[in-house]
Design a protein around this ligand. Structure first.
Ligand code: CU
Length: 147
């Protein structure tokens, strides 16, 4: 292969990465994160939305200095179930919302108060770590009405 041919092949490969196909790099954005102020010292829940304008990724774990034990939960037929991971579809979104998917914080190091921000790290299989400053809202906060 000549140098020109190699250059062309690389240019084509780079171009193929822009289309949002399944082999493309994920491009994640985490928005609308919040934590309802917990009413007990034992546990808290966290919610957010991941939007992806690239290839598929997977949320594999969540860490924070707030809690000694952090797990991923889904809600099926009104019952919580622990999940090992959550898929982030290519050109799609992954929603964590009250009554549905949530991050569960247990063994809290302190009780978060409304107005505080909790640093939470989301670990993705391909994109690595995304740090989120999760605002603590009222215990009954509804993201649709904003209060
Ligand atoms: Cu739960």
């Amino acid at each position: 292969m000549t140098a020109t041919a190699i250059g062309t092949a690389l240019a084509l490969a780079a171009c193929g990465g822009q289309g949002g196909s399944s082999s493309a790099e994920p491009r994640l954005k985490v928005t609308s994160s919040y934590m309802p102020a917990p009413v007990t010292n034992d546990m808290a829940a966290g919610f957010f939305t991941v939007t992806n304008s690239g290839g598929a990724d997977t949320l594999i774990s969540v860490t924070s200095s707030l809690a000694g034990d952090i797990t991923l939960h889904s809600t099926k037929n009104g019952e919580m179930e622990e999940e090992k991971s959550f898929a982030v579809p290519a050109d799609g979104r992954l929603d964590f919302a009250s009554g549905g998917n949530h991050v569960m914080f247990e063994k809290l190091t302190h009780k978060p108060k409304q107005g505080e921000k909790v640093t939470v790290r989301l670990h993705f299989a391909k994109s690595g770590t995304v740090t989120v400053e999760m605002p603590v809202k009222s215990p009954t906060y509804n993201p649709e009405t904003g209060h």
